[in-house]
Design a protein around this ligand. Sequence first.
Ligand code: PGA
Length: 260
Amino acid sequence: MNDGATGAETRQKIVAGNWKMHTTVAEATALAGALTRDLGRIDSPQVVVCPPFISLAAVAEAVAGSSLAVGAQNLHWVEKGAYTGEISPPMLAGICQYVIVGHSERRQYFGETDETVNRKARAALDYALIPIVCVGESLSQRESGETGLWLDGQITAALNDLGPGDVSGLVIAYEPIWAIGTGRAATSAQANDTIGGIRRTVADLFGSEVAAGVPILYGGSVTAANSKEFLTQPEVDGALVGGASLKAVEFATIVRAAIS
Ligand code: PGA
């Protein structure tokens, strides 16, 4: 029986910065440049920066030759067509390596559903982009003890129709909605326990070997001050950082907290 923590030493640690709808192209380029200079070459964790679409190419150029990777914040699942304002997987492939899928802000404000999240995850994998699939419960769900069941449903739906090989190529981010941008982070024990539960769900669906290899990140009010606490938990394989990723020095401190 896999205890869920097995494999922690072999899973890739990842610290990703989600810049959301912040930074102009010039600001994004400057932030990426500052991070590249500060962090140089780090083998682990894998550092990922996720600027707005319009800055992806400039940021990719700014981090070229460093160990930083670039991610998009969203994608459409269709390859091309009459979908005004959307960005397709082949447009991203070649510019970035990662893509955030199903962030709670997209679910809340832009109508994303478990079904579209699943389509996006599959489309990303088809184009060799690594999806960072976000899941998380609301405060009322946490308070009424429904967290486990809810996350079970979100994971099952997001990974629908994927094979074990696909799941081995993706990343999951556990982001309790009540902790995002609120300054009210989960406790490290809550993050560790909940991520352990997500890993058990993945094991039930795809086998314990696959589950033991999937990086699962914590996100929600991660800062330089609390990052070490999260990043030293056995089930927590890294962080998805919003607000604190917009300050080069603070984000670099969080990255260093993940160096084992
Ligand atoms: P936050 O955002 O770090 O600002 O809470 C995290 C996220 O939404 O990914």
